[in-house]
Write a protein that binds this ligand. Structure first.
Ligand code: FAD
Length: 365
């Protein structure tokens, strides 16, 4: 275990289930991880970041995901916000805002709206120039980490195109309201955001305003997909470890569960799932680190494989533990709820399959 992983292990300790049950990550671990730049580890050192490669940050993300998917979700949001500012912001905006994200400021990213879920072309939030300012009106839903965030990266319409705008969470006209009782990742701080005539200096709009919405959204979502994919590797590792441990220690019919071939089959399936997702994530991170044109598709593939494997494997792990894992407060019960949500976010299973189908059509002769 490296120093980064050791720090997170210490900060989470055995508290992930309590955080899940109370629906809250305490301020201190978030502050410590934020100030250490660990919530967005790929940011270059010039912005106070760790300058990790996608592969190293991915492996770290898997470690966090193996401990607590809520914390990993907060990390995904922070990394996605950092990546969006890095990709879309001007040099001045990068210099102004990125060091904040490595010194304790927490961020969340809002695309989704009541009428714009899978189909983000239906976004209706409006970012309207008004003299030296812009005025933002709209509504976002299910924004991960918004409850904790000081800074909101909001996507909306801008003239004939689209833009992303940096909105301080305490700006007049911003209302953040938590999602009541989310099914999983319960401590990830999901919230709805209302933006009522929020007036901001025009330089809060990230450079590239008026660009095509798809281009802006794809840049941010690709980072999110990589992070979720590696987080799913973590869920898989936690499930494999819990199921193997239980299969060794629990005896039925005079021998350990793991000696019954059908349970052995479940353990083999868990190992195959963990290894498959790890390899696909490594492939995507290599493409990302090379800046390959293939990286967008590789991220979709990694997210889809990670999420589907994690959801199936978490169900298998609950099956192996049976009543021992069937109540809240157990790692596999938490994994079961958390993993299901990974099949919905950053491109649902169906949307990922549609994108992969498009890719298959485009590369066929
Ligand atoms: P819908 O779009 O209504 O889809 C319903 C079902 O129909 C899904 O199964 C979908 O796959 C399927 N479907 C839709 N269109 C098609 C199609 N063309 N072909 C086949 N099937 C289709 N949003 C943010 O902006 N920021 C966040 O940080 C964020 N975090 C989230 C965290 C969690 C835990 C969850 C659950 C959601 C989060 N979201 C966030 C919202 C998320 O991006 C949306 O839930 C997601 O895009 C799906 O949209 P929807 O829920 O409106 O489902």
């Amino acid at each position: 275990m490296n120093d980064r992983e050791a720090l997170v292990s210490e900060l989470v300790g055995d508290r992930a289930d309590t955080w899940d049950l109370t629906g809250l990550i305490p301020a201190e671990p978030l502050r410590k991880l934020g100030e250490a730049g660990l919530l967005c580890g790929e940011l270059p050192e010039q912005y106070g970041g760790l300058g990790l490669s996608s592969l190293d940050n991915g492996r770290f993300t898997a470690h966090v995901g193996s401990l607590c998917s809520s914390l990993r979700s907060v990390m995904t949001s922070q990394g996605m916000a950092a990546w969006t500012i890095q990709r879309l912001g001007s040099a001045q905006q990068r210099a102004d805002h990125l060091p904040r994200l490595t010194s304790g400021t927490l961020a969340a990213v809002g695309f989704s709206e009541p009428e714009a879920g899978s189909d983000l072309s239906a976004i209706s939030t409006e970012i309207r120039p008004d003299g030296d300012d812009v005025v933002v009106d709209g509504r976002k839903v299910w924004v991960t980490a918004a409850h904790y965030a000081h800074l909101l990266v909001i996507f909306g319409r801008y003239g004939d195109g689209a833009a992303a705008v940096l909105v301080p969470a305490d700006a007049p006209g911003v209302t953040v309201e938590r999602v009541a009782d989310p099914m999983g990742c319960r401590a990830a701080g999901h919230a709805g955001i209302r933006l009522d005539s929020v007036r901001l200096p025009r330089d809060h709009v990230l450079g590239g305003a008026g660009a095509a919405l798809t281009m802006l959204v794809t840049a941010a979502l690709s980072y999110g997909r990589m992070s979720v994919a590696w987080g799913c590797v973590g869920i898989l590792r936690a499930c494999l470890a819990a199921a193997s441990r239980h299969a060794k220690s629990r005896e039925q019919f005079g021998r350990p569960l793991g000696q019954h071939q059908l349970i052995g089959g479940h353990l083999a399936d868990l190992l195959v799932a963990e290894q498959t997702a790890t390899r696909v994530c490594e492939h995507a991170s290599h493409r990302w680190d090379e800046g390959s044109p293939d990286m967008v598709t590789a991220a979709v593939l990694a997210k889809h494989v990670g999420a589907t494997q994690a959801a199936a494997a978490a169900a298998t792990a609950v099956q192996v533990l049976a009543s021992a894992g069937a109540s809240d407060g157990h790692v596999v019960a938490r994994a079961y709820r958390d993993a299901k949500l990974m099949e919905i976010i950053e491109g649902s299973n169906e949307l990922c399959r549609l994108m992969l189908a498009q890719h298959a059509l485009s590369v066929s002769g």
